[in-house]
Write a protein that binds this ligand. Structure first.
Ligand code: NAD
Length: 419
């Protein structure tokens, strides 16, 4: 990552910027800028060699005015309390942008999962589930996957929760395997909303996405699926992709599925045979492409690097990939940024569908999931364009926060004060 901005301060700055365009008192704004509560715990777990590992873990419940807290759990050595707080806040406004009945939460464990065996990771996850148990529940707080977690970890949380609660409650967690109550289309959902929002942005700007060149930073769940769908459904040309070990480039286009298979086999995209050049991540972010998709972690682009960005459109598949300075620079340079709270909202939207299916114990086809997702994302995009134009807002991100803050504010005001 190039920037070292504190993500929680970035979130608060984004909210302050949007609040200038809304009638909101500084007292209520303060409430909307801070989490309601944060769990900080130290998980003590026996490792395979008999020693005890101690792992710092967090769960932030940012705001529950519109429904249960909702948000993923991240395993990464750089997880901090402020990062988890920021990510939980972004969830509040993301759920509000796509108008699904959730608040926002997020969790994380400070760990590099590559250094632990599967059995150790299972014990660590189950220990976290026990700590989370009093806080979570299908009407309280519903975790989901994030960086370095997936269906496996979700099932490791669901199982102890249901055992200890002596119930079956698959809706306590989303992102589960299909056989455990997961939804069709959930694995693809974040990449799919990134693709859909890019399609709408190109249309809005009267640009042709077929044949458009695309660079994708981060080739995990969000990035690799966005790349595949941009190519297969819209005919875009993926010219560069990267992961934490570096990037690859081919001006004639890479086959996103073949790169994904190569990464699955070797653990990295580097050395992929059909690339013409290797790139650093900074080189990838500053390539002369039509669309840039940052899909790794926060602060990928800081103010300095933003001056070098040559893409016309950025679709933020990752959460918080631009520092506030980068955002200002790109706005001055008329780069159209599709904000994270819309571009990657497909993940939480299909999590919502999963939760609805769990509660009804009635499961949808993949086509129905994808149709409902497209409707939510396109409606949200159109609603933001409406505010962006009618209020003459400085950026599309500001429009997203204006819409989202107003929805959270209405729910808070309609609820009244108690006690
Ligand atoms: P993932 O663990 O599947 O993939 C992350 C990828 O980023 C990996 O390929 C990793 O190698 C790469 N990466 C890490 N550091 C990098 C660096 N410095 N430069 C380049 N690449 C780097 O995670 P994911 O689920 O795809 O999440 C990626 C981003 O998308 C995160 O910001 C996450 O919060 C966001 N997101 C994910 C979902 C989801 O449903 N998975 C939903 C919403 C938002």
């Amino acid at each position: 990552m190039t920037g070292d901005a504190n993500p929680f301060e970035s979130l608060q700055e984004q909210l302050d910027d949007a609040a200038e365009h809304i009638e909101i008192g500084s007292d209520v704004l303060e409430r909307l800028k801070n989490p309601e509560r944060v769990l900080e715990t130290n998980l003590s777990v026996e490792l395979d060699d008999g020693s005890v590992g101690v792992f710092r873990a967090y769960r932030s419940q940012f705001n529950g005015d519109r429904g249960p807290y909702k948000g993923g759990i991240r395993y990464h050595p750089a997880v901090t309390r402020d990062e988890v707080k920021a990510l939980s806040g972004w969830m509040v406004y993301k759920c509000a942008v796509v108008d699904i009945p959730y608040g926002g939460g997020k969790g994380g464990i400070v760990i590099d999962p590559r250094e632990y065996s599967e059995a150790e990771l299972e014990r660590i996850t189950r220990a976290f589930a026990v700590e989370l148990r009093p806080l979570i529940g299908e009407d309280r707080d519903i975790p989901a996957p994030d960086v370095n977690t997936g269906q496996r970890e979700m099932n490791w949380i669901k199982d102890p929760y249901e055992t200890l609660e002596n119930t079956t409650e698959p809706g306590v967690i989303t992102g589960k395997a299909i056989e455990s109550g997961g939804s069709r289309g959930r694995v693809e959902a974040t990449g799919r909303s990134t693709m859909l929002t890019a399609r709408e942005a190109f249309k809005y700007l009267n640009k042709d996405i077929e044949g458009a060149s695309v660079a994708v930073q981060g080739y995990g769940n969000a990035g690799s699926i966005a790349a595949r769908l941009l190519a297969s459904e819209l005919g875009a040309k993926i010219v560069a992709v990267s992961d934490s070990s570096g990037g690859i480039y081919n001006p004639d286009g890479l086959d996103p599925e073949a790169v994904r298979e190569f990464k699955n086999e070797t653990g990295t995209v580097s050395d992929y045979e059909n690339a013409t050049e290797e790139l650093t991540n900074e080189e990838l972010l500053t390539l002369d492409v039509d669309l840039l998709v940052p899909a790794a972690l926060e602060n990928a682009i800081d103010g300095e690097l933003a001056n070098e960005v040559k893409a016309d459109i950025i679709a933020e598949a990752a959460n918080g990939p631009l520092t506030p300075e980068a955002d200002d620079v790109l706005a001055d340079r008329d780069v159209f940024v599709i904000p994270d709270i819309l571009a990657n909202a497909g993940g939480v939207t299909v999590s919502y569908f999963e939760w609805v299916q769990n509660r009804q114990r009635f499961y949808w086809t993949e086509d129905r999931v994808n149709e409902e997702l497209e409707r939510h994302i396109v409606d949200a995009f159109d609603g933001l364009i409406d505010q962006y134009e009618s209020l003459d807002l400085p950026t599309f991100r500001t429009a997203a926060y204006v819409v989202a803050i107003q929805r959270v504010l209405s729910a808070y005001e309609e609820g009244g004060s108690w006690p």
